[in-house]
Design a protein. Structure first.
Length: 616
């Protein structure tokens, strides 16, 4: 009998909704894409509306609603923690409790209220946080059976878990409890280095290759006690996150010999070294946990989820270590992915439906969000009096875009269904030529308005990946970092070597270290996305057109947004981002716009829009 299940994650960060019908993941989206508030934690009303519209359904047509965690267990953890640290943490307690007493303790009531009490009267199911993560990783994977490791900040109590998946069932085997957490450890260093917790961790990861892990021994000696089975304990004398509104305090500053960096302050070598050190520590923790998971489960395949699974540097190392024969990572590994995990857990484990894994995976290339046809796009363009050309011949369109990329132009690419998860995968992307040394600096400072040290990721045709990177097999979700092939390395002059030691990160970034300087990080690595016809259709054909023109199978691929903004969703979102930045070309399905053809009045209308978004 046909069953339709709505999965929801909400009320912490990255709220999202997902629809599963007869076991098929039909649609999924984060609320931030609709509200334009990055990491929006509010109930995902807009995302739910989209999911229902996608299947032509209504609230009344749902059979189950599944929520991604158990709020009463989470409240239990908060109360026990506050009591354990009392009277410290009183201000945090006073800030948190009113919200819990008003809404968060009443999730069933709040969910029914949001859905419409008279419209939805069927069951609401609450799944434990780490089980939702595990389900999001295993059930869409191509594996009949696998070990499952979840690593994040904290759910209810769990921070790390090892499970095993077989067929349509998941069994939780081992868990580690709050406050001992890989995710919170990494976030503490993110905070100490002046980046925002829950959004700046990837900046810390990008900063790490500029430093040396000279603080790693101090971290092991003082902060982290790692056991042979992968379990670990943090020395809580140095962390304030259990009881306060901050991650670290005076003891942390005393340990490392300097104060927490304020976000507006210059990044110094000590911050780079600290980033390198915690990255090295995190990698060792993950490898030890993976080794134990292999031993405990006896499985030769691994599924990963949880926010820490977005640490693509650690993922790449895990793959190259060969602890498992195969690795699959949920592309929406953070809390947003909990929505689809809750829905899939309900379908398979609770309703005991048969599971037949797809040969690649069942994530549809991550393209699970809204799409817009040419008619809707043209309405947006005409209302804004934009100058555009509609090109219905795909070959002609792709040839023109390839030519623009070859000329060094930066292209906004809007095609098909929007991606679910944090990565641009060729649906809402900004593209550039990786062969140009100017591409990274220009895109960072003039288009993305972000820090100069941030590397850009490459997309590469899957059939050519081994020509450019030391990577075997597919990486369709941009979740693995791999070394750039040695044949592409450039020998550095003495002056370039000197610049690589300069404290000015911009000078280091400008040193061209390979034949593809725009995507080569300072440690000769790149976070790669492999592109294939089945998952990426027109985007794959664009890359082949670029290869036919230039001989290069690689493009720069970054998220279509500016710093502090969610990835664009609608044609209007894309148009104003294009007009407000120094992007040269915009492609909206079959519609092509050149910046040079737009009126000054139209450009000025959106020039200040980037100021709407809070820099993160």
């Amino acid at each position: 009998m046909s069953k339709t299940i709505l999965g929801i994650s909400a009320f912490y960060h990255d709220s999202a909704a997902a629809i599963v019908r007869d076991g098929k993941l039909e649609a999924a989206a984060q609320e931030e894409r609709f509200t334009r508030k990055k990491h929006d934690e509010r109930f995902p009303t807009n995302a739910i509306d989209f999911c229902l519209e996608n299947i032509g359904g209504e609230i009344e047509s749902l059979d189950y609603v599944a929520f991604y965690e158990k709020p009463l267990l989470k409240f239990d953890r908060l109360i026990e923690t506050y009591l354990a640290y009392a009277p410290r943490g009183f201000s945090s307690f006073c800030k948190a409790m009113p919200q819990w007493l008003r809404t968060k303790l009443h999730h069933p009531r709040e969910i029914r209220k949001a859905l419409g009490k008279k419209r939805y009267r069927k069951p609401i199911i609450f799944i434990e946080h780490h089980m939702s993560h595990a389900a999001s990783a295993f059930f869409p994977s191509p594996f009949e059976e696998a070990a499952i490791v979840t690593l994040d900040g904290v759910g209810e109590w769990d921070t790390t878990s090892i499970a095993v998946g077989r067929g349509n069932q998941i069994e939780m085997l081992k868990t580690l409890s709050f406050p001992h957490s890989v995710g919170l450890l990494y976030s503490a260093f993110t905070y100490f280095c002046g980046f925002r917790v829950n959004s700046g961790e990837y900046k810390l990861m990008g900063l790490a290759p500029y430093g040396k892990p000279c603080y790693a021994d101090l971290i092991w000696e003082t902060l982290v006690d790692l056991k042979e089975d992968g379990s670990f304990a943090l020395n809580m004398d140095y962390f304030t996150y259990p009881q306060g509104l901050t991650m670290t305090g005076a003891a942390f500053e005393k340990l490392f010999g300097f104060k927490r960096r304020i976000p507006s302050e210059v990044i110094e070598q000590k911050h780079m070294d600290l980033a390198a050190s915690i990255q090295a520590v995190t990698e060792k923790l993950i490898l030890r946990i993976a080794e134990y998971a292999r031993e405990l489960t006896g499985m030769n395949r691994l599924c990963l989820a949880g926010g820490v699974a977005l640490n693509c540097v650690a993922n790449g190392k895990l793959q190259r270590e060969g602890i498992f024969d195969e690795l699959w990572i949920q592309p929406a590994a953070g809390d947003a992915g909990g929505a689809l995990g809750a829905a899939l857990f309900t379908h398979y484990q609770l309703l005991d439906n048969v599971r037949n894994p797809s040969p690649g995976d069942s994530m549809a290339g991550g393209r699970l969000g809204p799409r817009f046809g040419n008619d809707a796009i043209e309405i947006t363009l005409r209302v804004n009096e934009a100058v555009y050309q509609r090109i219905d011949d795909e070959g002609v369109l792709l040839s023109k875009v390839s030519e623009f990329l070859d000329e060094g132009k930066v292209v906004g690419w809007f095609n098909g269904r929007m991606e679910f998860g944090p990565r641009a995968l060729g649906a809402r992307s900004i593209l550039g030529d990786p062969r140009s040394g100017e591409t990274q600096t220009r895109m960072n400072l003039k288009i993305k308005y972000r820090e100069s040290f941030r590397p850009f990721a490459p997309c590469v045709l899957e059939e050519d990946v081994e020509k450019y990177f030391n990577q075997q097999g597919a990486s369709p979700y941009m979740l693995l970092v791999a070394p750039v092939a040695e044949g592409l390395h450039r020998a550095l002059s003495d002056e370039e070597k000197r610049l690589m030691e300069d404290n000015d990160l911009l000078k280091r970034v400008k040193v061209e270290r390979s034949e593809l300087p725009a995507i080569t990080h300072v440690d000769m690595s790149a976070r790669i996305q492999t592109v294939d016809e089945e998952r990426h259709d027109r985007f794959c054909r664009l890359m082949r057109a670029f290869r036919d023109r230039t001989g290069c199978s690689v493009d720069v691929n970054t998220r279509f947004n500016v710093r502090g903004e969610p990835i664009v969703n609608t044609p209007h979102d894309a148009l104003r981002c294009f007009l407000a930045t120094e992007m040269d070309v915009l492609v909206l399905e079959d519609c092509l716009l050149l910046k040079e053809n737009q009126s000054e009045a139209l450009v000025q209308r959106y020039r200040g829009y980037v100021e709407e978004f809070e820099l993160d």
